[in-house]
Design a protein around this ligand. Structure first.
Ligand code: MTE
Ligand code: CO
Length: 425
């Protein structure tokens, strides 16, 4: 059914990666594949060995950790991708997650200059510039405002960037894992601004982090007033240090780089500040030599998390194709699934709750008889935007882009059930 000529795989990947690194990532994948072998003494009708075991008691693990059998469910990095551990990125293991919430310990991290350790007692947020009253808030001050609890995805603009020219990384984690989805607790920025007041000339804000990277981004005032939040908690507990403890900015649906962590200051002005992160970085070089800039929205995207390179099909028969879809423009309306490389599409089941600018879960039943498949998913959001093919993006942006790759991915399921990331010609 699948014509091999149509598929660009293996060779392409090796060329882009260099031999040694390619072998390294394969070794990791085969560990993920390894299956735990059953001990027959524990199987019915025997009494399993764990039944008489009382375990270590309640004091042994005061902050709970996952079962030891889940030790493979971790963030991972790609060693060649960034210069050092301090200026680095790791990836969310999407293939191992259920539902729509990313557990705090599995949220991917992206730091441009390490993780500062900030005592919340010393924390201050300054608001200055074109406001009526310049103010400095403590963490406790922030918590006295009416609070809001919202589910949002955060996706790095570079998610999938390594796949722009062809399939390169053979994993769901590495090709899609720069995204996470948590429930944030914080205060609406518009509520803070009702305290400071805004001068009529205030049109832009400069958000500034307090880490060594000097992370600064300009955000238009309309977005600030629409839905931006200042948050101190994720999934019911304080922010993790790596996610901006004690306070970060939330910019729903927009590229992760703008979600300034360890935020210390918001300055209001009448024009964009043209910082390094929005001029030399986070812009897309087009084939005519010009660059796109201020590309804030993360457009609709989806991924099949299982089967995937890390989740082979282990036996013939009925399975559930599982995946995630999201859009920076609002709610996901529909996700289509194809098992023949996009020739035919069927509508998947979208599971609730479906929140705006949040990950949504979809499933699609598959009856597998051992044949080769080319599995794809295609998200459609409530604005009617349809997730594009990579060739549509390349037509507009050329081959030099990295950021904002929201194209449809293809997983090749081989006859032995193993799955590969491929690019269709
Ligand atoms: N904020 C500061 N202060 N420093 C940073 O390095 N990285 C940005 C953004 N905010 C960054 C930052 C980038 S590029 C992304 S994708 C997100 O934070 C990552 O957020 P996370 O680490 O919580 O996943
Ligand atoms: Co980023």
């Amino acid at each position: 059914m699948v014509k091999k000529r149509e598929i660009v795989k293996g060779i392409n990947r090796r060329r882009l990666l260099g031999g040694a690194t390619a072998l390294g990532s394969l070794a990791m994948t085969s560990k993920v594949f390894s299956q735990v072998k059953a001990n027959r003494d524990n199987l019915p009708p025997n009494l399993p060995e764990w039944t008489p075991d009382l375990g270590p008691g309640v004091d042994v693990n005061p902050y709970g950790t996952p079962s030891i059998f889940e030790e493979n469910v971790i963030r991972r990095n790609v060693p060649w991708l960034t210069a050092s551990a301090e200026s680095s990125v790791n990836f969310t293991p999407l293939q191992d997650l259920e539902g729509i919430i990313t557990p705090n310990g599995l949220c991917f991290e992206r730091h441009h200059g390490g993780v500062p350790e900030i005592n919340p007692a010393d924390y201050r947020l300054m608001i200055n510039g074109l406001v009526d009253r310049e103010m400095i808030f403590t963490l406790d001050d922030l918590k006295r405002f009416p609070q809001t609890n919202k589910f949002y995805f955060l996706e790095c603009a570079a998610n999938g960037g390594m796949e722009w020219k062809g399939s390169q990384l053979n994993g769901c984690q590495f090709t899609f894992g720069m995204v996470h989805n948590v429930q944030y607790t914080g205060v609406k920025l518009s509520d803070l601004l009702s305290e400071t007041g805004l001068k009529p000339k205030a049109k832009w804000v400069l958000a500034e982090g307090s880490d060594t990277s000097g992370m600064t981004r300009s955000i238009p005032i309309e977005k600030i007033l629409e839905d931006c939040l200042i948050v101190w908690a994720m999934n019911g507990e304080a922010l993790r240090a790596e996610q901006g403890y004690p306070v970060r900015l939330v910019v729903p649906g927009w590229e992760g780089n703008m979600w300034v962590k360890w935020i210390r200051r918001l300055e209001f002005g009448d024009k964009p500040y043209m910082t390094r992160e929005e001029t030399s970085k986070y812009t897309d070089l087009l084939s005519n030599g010009k660059a796109r800039m201020f590309t804030w929205v993360m457009e609709a995207k989806s991924v099949v998390t299982s089967p995937s390179p890390e989740k082979p099909i282990l036996q013939k028969g009925v399975h559930q194709i599982r995946g995630l879809a999201w859009s920076g423009r609002g709610k996901i309306k529909r996700v289509d699934v194809s098992i023949d490389g996009g020739k035919n599409w069927k509508t998947s089941k979208l599971h609730g709750p479906v929140f705006s600018k949040s990950l949504s879960r979809f499933t699609f039943p598959l009856n597998w008889n051992g044949e080769e498949l080319l599995i794809q998913s295609r998200a459609i959001d409530e604005t009617g935007y349809v997730q594009p093919h990579i060739h549509e993006l390349q037509k507009v942006r050329g081959l030099n882009s990295i950021y904002h790759n929201n194209s449809i991915a293809t997983w090749l399921v081989n006859k032995n059930g193993k799955v590969e990331n491929v690019r269709l010609g």
